[in-house]
Design a binder for this molecule. Structure first.
Ligand SMILES: NC(=O)c1ccc[n+]([C@@H]2O[C@H](COP(=O)([O-])OP(=O)(O)OC[C@H]3O[C@@H](n4cnc5c(N)ncnc54)[C@H](OP(=O)(O)O)[C@@H]3O)[C@@H](O)[C@H]2O)c1
Length: 245
């Protein structure tokens, strides 16, 4: 348990699987009640819920397709409906298609911007609106460290995550002093969906100065760090082993 997080209510988008799941469980271990948002991973959300409940906190699961604007607008009201308050918003859900300039079509562009940038934007807006008078809140956005070294791969995705960095820093100013807004920018943490650990090991050996990959536990620990350090806002912690320096 972490005294400063105990009893708070946190929502984690994409909180059922992989990176989002690790953040969900770390928040539960710190004593937060957790609202697990998921897209398609309904069964995984139930499993993550059961694991989080073992920490003795209250947990809810909620499915919403973040490419659907009206579904996005329903998320924060659903948290309030269940818990009557919301203190922490973690924007982790995203899509990561392997596309460059020439093979991105309009539908894919729209999908990536809707899920990776529009949804966090309107979740932050709803979060700010719902904070009670005098209440303090925290937002943590999950970025990708590749945005710090421009290149043509995953181009639309990069633009969404660059937008999320700008949003992090802009909202840190706009929402102070009530809400702190920070981010983690991930490098080689997990293999991309569909690839195996060997692919991640190769990246670590060939590209990461520290010659190792990260882990979801490292991500979760740094999210907790941002949430428990009251003088941090507008900060992005790079979790990339130096890969994108
Ligand atoms: N893994 C890495 O090494 C790495 C590296 C750099 C950055 N990141 C960032 O870290 C975050 C998590 O990465 P990850 O690898 O754990 O993600 P992932 O395995 O690709 O999973 C994507 C997550 O986003 C959710 N999601 C996708 N489309 C959605 C939609 N239309 N509506 C609702 N939810 C949707 C998924 O929920 P459902 O499964 O429930 O549909 C899932 O939780 C992302 O922001 C990613 O950009 C990860």
């Amino acid at each position: 348990m972490q005294a400063d997080l105990q009893g708070k209510v946190a929502i984690v988008t994409g909180g059922a699987v992989r990176v989002g799941k690790a953040i969900t469980l770390a928040l539960a271990e710190a004593g937060c009640n957790v609202f697990i948002h998921y897209g398609r991973s309904c069964a995984a959300a139930a499993q993550t819920r059961a694991e989080a409940e073992r920490c003795g906190v209250e947990v809810e699961t909620y499915g919403a397709d973040l490419s659907d604007a009206s579904a996005v607008l329903g998320v924060i009201p659903a948290v309030l409906n269940r818990f009557d308050r919301v203190d922490i918003l973690v924007n982790s859900a995203a899509v990561f298609p392997n596309e460059g300039l020439m093979d991105t079509d309009i539908d894919s562009w729209e999908q990536q911007f809707a899920i990776n940038l529009r949804a966090p934007f309107f979740l932050c807006q709803a979060f700010e609106k719902t904070l009670g008078d005098g209440a303090q809140g925290d937002i943590v956005n999950v970025l990708d460290a590749r945005i710090f070294r421009p290149a043509g791969d995953h181009l639309a995705y990069r633009l969404t995550k660059s937008g999320l960095l700008t949003m992090t820093e802009s909202l840190a100013q706009a929402l102070a002093p009530r809400i702190r807004v920070n981010a983690v920018a991930l490098g080689a943490i997990l293999p991309p969906p569909g690839e195996d650990e060997a692919a991640l090991d190769r990246i670590a050996r060939e590209r990461v100065p520290l010659r190792r990959s990260g882990s979801v536990e490292i991500v979760a620990a740094n999210v907790l760090h941002l949430l428990t350090q009251p003088f941090l806002t507008g900060v992005t912690i790079r979790l990339d082993g130096g890969e994108f320096l």
